[in-house]
Write a protein that binds this ligand. Structure first.
Ligand code: SF4
Length: 355
């Protein structure tokens, strides 16, 4: 693990970096130079000798990317999925998704996931451990470097890889403070999306703390029973509570919420499902993203047909709610979260899904 504790500098917010330097007898005026080395690949040689010594003591993972255990490219060239190896041997997925004129890093926040969504390869493997802020920032830096090598720039980050971000709240918020800081990557907070499957306390905490990031909420079901069958954690935080939290979030922040809905053939893809979803979203500033199911070996369901997806979208739009069908980003590279790791590293279930 690339830990942001001990002597580590990677993943520390700017003011904490300054404090770390001060504790080592280095003047805080050097903090900006330290961040240029950490996040903009400035040469270490530019740093004062004492700061160079601090980097050496912190170890090579402060500056080196996690090793690539596997890589797959989609046939259309738009999506590249990496399996990155952490110091403890665990592997996590990080994806570069290319869209016209922009690139997005899809990063992981946990090894495995405790939420147990039945159609998700990460959910099927169970929870292994949280990532540290440094582990999360290291993925963003990895993608920024990969894109820089192609002459491109990273502009968007979405926390939709392995894990439930709000189940690892503190590390995630620390990492995002670094990712959005103009001293480092300087990615606009509005271009950073935290996607949750509906952890009510986390949604309310983001609102109360006025976190400036975009919020995505995955629903997948428009009744309690429907959702519970796909998202076991909804037994703990029912749909009604999730939607109440979303209303509170909108009222507190004035921001739109992006709702994700994985379309599964014959399960949740009918016009009736769409009508119920639209009715549930009354009073919420909502945008609905429809996602075709990525097939996984552990779930028998199939993705909805294109006509069914189009009809679903029309029903949502006719209710006055913006709705898009998200392109499946590189189904041929096992692009659903957890699929590449499930293929390459055997499951290591160490905790039960939250129910
Ligand atoms: Fe976890 Fe997200 Fe997969 Fe659900 S869909 S099991 S929240 S990683």
């Amino acid at each position: 693990m690339v830990a942001a504790d001990g002597a580590g500098l990677l993943g520390l917010p700017f003011d904490e970096t300054a404090a770390r330097l001060a504790a080592a007898g280095i003047r805080p005026v050097h903090t900006a130079a330290c961040w240029r080395v950490l996040y903009r690949d400035a040469p270490v040689a530019e740093l004062p000798a004492r700061l160079r010594t601090l980097f050496e003591a912190a170890g090579p993972s402060q500056l080196a990317d996690p090793p690539i255990a596997a890589r797959t490219d989609s046939r259309d060239g738009a999506t590249t999925k990496y399996l990155l190896r952490l110091d403890d041997g665990q592997q996590i997925e990080t994806v570069i998704m290319g869209y016209p004129g922009r690139f997005t890093a899809c990063v992981s926040t946990q090894v495995g996931c405790a939420m147990g969504c039945v159609f998700c390869a990460t959910g099927q493997m169970g929870f292994v451990r949280n990532l540290s802020a440094a582990d999360i920032v290291a993925q963003v830096r990895f993608v920024a470097r990969q894109l820089a090598a192609r002459g491109e720039r990273l502009r968007n980050v979405v926390l939709m890889g392995m894990g439930e971000p709000l189940h690892n709240y503190d590390a995630v918020m620390q990492a995002l403070a670094v990712v959005s800081d103009p001293h480092g990557f300087g990615i606009s907070p509005t271009r950073i999306t935290v996607n949750t499957v509906g952890l009510v306390p986390g949604i309310l905490r983001m609102a109360a703390e006025r976190r400036p990031y975009s919020l995505g909420v995955s629903l997948h079901g428009s009744t309690e029973a429907e959702r519970a069958a796909l998202v076991p954690v909804s037994r703990r935080w029912p749909l009604a509570d999730v939607l109440d939290a979303c209303r509170a979030y909108c009222a507190e922040t004035g921001r739109r919420i992006f709702f994700a809905w994985t379309l599964i053939d014959g399960v949740n893809d009918s016009p009736a499902h769409a009508s119920r979803l639209a009715a549930q979203l009354v009073g919420i500033d909502a945008h609905v993203n429809l996602i075709e199911l990525n097939p996984t070996p552990g779930y028998a369901g199939r993705g909805a047909s294109r006509p069914a997806a189009e009809t679903f979208r029309r029903v949502i739009q006719d209710a006055g709610i913006p709705c898009t069908i998200r392109q499946r980003r590189g189904v041929d590279v096992a692009a659903g979260c957890g699929q590449l790791r499930a293929e390459r590293q055997p499951p290591a279930r160490t905790a039960q899904a939250m129910r």
